[in-house]
Design a protein. Sequence first.
Length: 565
Amino acid sequence: MSNAEFTPTPNFIKAIIANDLETNKYGGRVHTRFPPEPNGYLHIGHAKSICLNFGLALEFKGRCNLRFDDTNPSKEDVEYVESIKTDVRWLGFDWEDREYYASDYFPQLYEFALRLIRKGKAYVDDLSAEKIREYRGTLTEPGKESPYRNRSPEENLALFERMRSGEFPDGSRVLRAKIDMASPNLNLRDPVMYRILHAEHHRTGNAWCIYPMYDFAHGQCDSIEGITHSICTLEFEDHRPFYDWVLDNLPVPCHPQQIEFARLNLNYTVMSKRKLLELVDKAYVRGWDDPRLPTLAGLRRRGFTPEAIRAFAETVGVAKRESMVDMALLEHCLREDLNRRAQRVMAVLRPLKVVITNYPEGRVEEMDAENNPEDPGAGTRKLPFSREIFIEQDDFREDPPRKFFRLSPGREIRLKHAYYIRCDEVVKDAQGRIVELRCSYDPESRGGGTRDNRKVQGTSHWVSVAHAVNAEVRLYDKLLSVPDAAAEKEEKDFKEYLNPGSLEILKGCKVEPSLAAAGPGRFFQFLRQGYFCVDADSTPEKPVFNRSVTLRDSWAKIEKAQQDK
């Protein structure tokens, strides 16, 4: 079912399943499902659900279905269906031949609705949506029965069949369950089961003009597929009594158990499909795969690996209470993964030219550079070194502050994998801006050794001017400028909290020549800069790199501080 690495850890859902297996509740079966609605791209919160549902099936040697909840054609699209399948596969999971759609069951769901009408447990209501909300009551006041609630089963059957045949306009009638308008659970106050919607469906076309509500279809789809454990997020806890009511009142093949867990909330971003769609549609971002978004497509383009996301989901765990997870934890999981696998390379993002005056003109040396000190098997590569190189602008200060260990007039630094150099002269343009440094090198210091065994404190990365490849680098930061926009004043639009510095594009960056041939999706550690991924826009003539995450590991520091207390 999956080629993903899976490390089981205990949680309350696993305890429930283990007990069900011990009591033979479902004949020794474990069957879960991941049921996304194809009305947008999946985000990191969905990744937690994917890992949980497929992971449970893996651990208990069961099955997991992929089922699309395609009951609202006005918001759904084939593009979303395909993107969801891509994301699930990318995470490392395989639903094999178990790809289902709620629309597969439209005829059965319709027959189930007819059965409830005949039993006097459902009725056609002519109230408007506004009136239904008004009659529903509040948490402290009971609801009020619709004047159409006591229609006869025969009248309801006739009206429902006319709804099905397309006689009535959108919103003019609905089919409601007949339960209890005084129930303390608002979800049992005659919930809507079907609504009229004259919209073309991406799979069934115009065959239907009435569509079931998710709460009505959910349990029956689970039962038809033989699901044993229906894992939902916590907002569906109050919907569970209706889930059970539907199954208890219909001749379904089995009665799955709905179990709720706390959804993933991540700070400094938005986790609402509606808000994400607004950002995409109004061009605040450059599509669903914009690396600033928490969508799996965006995270993938930014350079996040499926291994890191699975590790994040496992680290966050499964809880019964809502909480806010720090973005630093997600970044930590990526660093942990890439530190072991990413090749170290040279890239100068804000170049400053250095001329080594005592280095022979026209001479080019090849320096040996290790690809990854964490992986001895990663080997080495050759780096061209010449008289003129680029270093980072921030690696030089004409008037250095205290504890500045980089290059400054008269000071010596080490060039990574190369020589020691000393700054002898600073060249400025007419406006007084530094445009070039003139330095001298120690021929005996190649690889860090010298005759007098002297040491220097600073080490800089570099790229040979003659061999440098021009590149564009995109530096991404948090989407929002506040940890949780939802916690701010309700009258404010969440877009007011968009971080204006969430994307900085650097042109004219200089990277080592080996990176020109790197294809989209490859990841690297730019020495002293962070982890970067080759973007989909990249070409050999113009490489484009996205910063996935910086080298600073805030989460590790947070953990250490907590342990030291």
